[in-house]
Design a protein around this ligand. Structure first.
Ligand SMILES: Cc1cc2nc3c(=O)[nH]c(=O)nc-3n(C[C@H](O)[C@H](O)[C@H](O)COP(=O)(O)OP(=O)(O)OC[C@H]3O[C@@H](n4cnc5c(N)ncnc54)[C@H](O)[C@@H]3O)c2cc1C
Length: 442
């Protein structure tokens, strides 16, 4: 069995982008494995009406190869809807249509295998990786790209009661709890929390009796989607961020949170308006409480019901709220994949996660010549854009270039508008020379 040059584990948007960019390269033998029966994008939380939070130009390929046949625009053209899309969507795109697009790409790629859950990766005697799937199939590879995504996180007190009435938003469509006439607590004031609340409010006949929505922050703040902030989602920013000391990176990430964790302003507006209309037109139909600076700190069974203990962090006070259903919209985090267990001792890690190098390969104490790359597990080293779709093709191109050993796709020397730290520290193409000279004189 001749080893593959590269095996990808998981086929979400990240590794699908890599597969699409690798497809025109006959010199590279690749295989991409996913546990699911076909492409699905966060299927437990694919709510009707949810919008993609980035431009459709940030698709799987366009920003590194606008000529690729796997672009979103080509998908629209192939389906004869490019004109209607422009009229219907202006600059936006629904999450459902983005999923259709990804499925279309995945169906054109012969390198993708579905129903292929990876159970274990180990070393073979002749110094290649052996990838073992749940059905017993084995593949050998010289490079691995981990694209198996992040894990939903719930507060410990809710995790203990996880089931039909206590769930993470990632499993909303699978658990499908009854909401009509019931008391629902939504934990989390970010985009997932807002989409969950909007989903509850949109059920005309099946409205809950009450919705209690908790935000740990001050208010229910919008995502910062302004132009200079969006420069943090560019290759130039990754290159700047990457060379900072780790404590500086940690502080920056904390300061930048609202560029990724806030709610899109249009969704906040829609929720506010719907609550207003319900209050004005159907008073008493839905009780709603929006509680900011509040955290869920305990959850207990109370007969057939639940009792949620909530900490008001502003007043340092405790309140108990009865509920039938609690939905935790409390985010996702990268975890050490179980299938990598046999390689654990060769992979040095810090408190924040893997030690990830410039080219997204992991620091590796194992045999030479083998490499493991990561998708969506390098926020602590490569910056706030890492879990986002914005740099998916660029990151894939970086990984491909590194596996190939030459620059097949251009990935450096992009300009930025902001000079992030100190004159000349980041000299983008727009940095005028005179500024450097002026500062030099002082
Ligand atoms: C609901 C939701 C909406 C989002 N919307 C946006 C957005 O609008 N804009 C944006 O920029 N970002 C968005 N994000 C953030 C991010 O872009 C997505 O999470 C994106 O899906 C990450 O892609 P991925 O390929 O890394 O992982 P995933 O999409 O999570 O894919 C991982 C894949 O790995 C497979 N897998 C896992 N374990 C194994 C295994 N052992 N063997 C084989 N296969 C395995 C899974 O089946 C899955 O298909 C969103 C995130 C969520 C949760």
């Amino acid at each position: 069995m001749r080893p593959m040059d590269l095996v990808g584990v998981g086929v979400g948007p990240a590794n699908l982008s890599l597969a699409a960019l690798a497809e025109p390269l006959p010199e590279l033998r690749t295989r991409f494995l996913d546990a699911k029966p076909g492409f699905q994008w966060h299927p437990g939380f694919m709510l009707p009406g949810a919008e993609l939070q980035v431009s459709f130009l940030k698709d799987l390929v366009t920003l590194v190869d606008p000529t690729s046949r796997y672009s979103f625009l080509n998908f629209l053209a192939a389906h004869k809807r490019i004109y209607r899309f422009l009229v219907a969507s202006r600059s936006g795109c629904s999450r459902q249509e983005y999923e259709q697009y990804c499925r279309w790409v995945s169906e054109s790629l012969t390198s993708v295998s579905w129903n292929s859950a990876v159970e274990e990766v180990d070393l073979a005697n002749d110094r290649t990786f052996t990838v073992r799937c749940a059905d017993g199939r084995r593949l050998r590879a010289r490079a691995l790209v981990l694209g198996s995504g992040r894990t939903p996180v719930m507060p410990e007190c809710a995790e203990r009661l996880r089931g039909p009435s206590v769930l993470h938003n990632a499993e909303l469509a699978f658990v499908d709890p009854e909401f009509a006439g019931r008391d629902v607590v939504v934990v989390g004031g970010g985009q997932s929390g807002a989409e969950t609340v909007q989903h509850l409010l949109s059920a005309e006949a099946g409205l809950p009796r009450s919705i209690t929505w908790l935000s740990s922050r001050l208010g229910f703040p919008p995502m910062d989607d302004s132009p200079f902030t969006n420069d943090w989602f560019t290759p130039a920013y990754v290159e700047y961020f990457r060379q900072l000391p780790s404590d500086r990176r940690r502080r920056l990430l904390a300061q930048q949170r609202m560029a990724s964790d806030g709610v899109s302003a249009s969704l906040l507006q829609a929720i506010y308006r719907r609550l207003y209309e319900l209050d004005v037109q159907r008073p008493g139909r839905l009780r709603h409480r929006l509680l900011d600076q509040r955290r869920l700190v305990d959850l207990a069974k109370d007969g057939n019901r639940l009792s949620a203990t909530i900490h008001d962090t502003g007043l340092d006070a405790i309140e108990c709220v009865p509920a039938d259903v609690v939905i935790c919209c409390t985010g996702y985090r990268p975890e050490f994949p179980e299938y990598l267990g046999p390689l654990r001792s060769w992979l040095p890690r810090t408190a924040e996660g893997f030690e990830v190098q410039d080219d997204y390969s992991l620091a590796w104490d194992g045999p030479e010549g083998l490499r493991i790359f990561v998708q969506n597990a390098a926020e602590h080293t490569h910056g706030i854009a890492d879990p986002n779709l914005s740099l998916v093709p660029w990151r894939s191109a970086r990984i491909l270039n590194s596996v190939l050993g030459y620059e097949r796709y251009p990935t450096s020397q992009y300009a930025a508008t902001v000079e992030w730290e100190g004159p000349g520290a980041h000299a983008g193409a727009h940095a005028p020379d005179f500024r450097l000279e002026e500062v030099g004189k002082v």
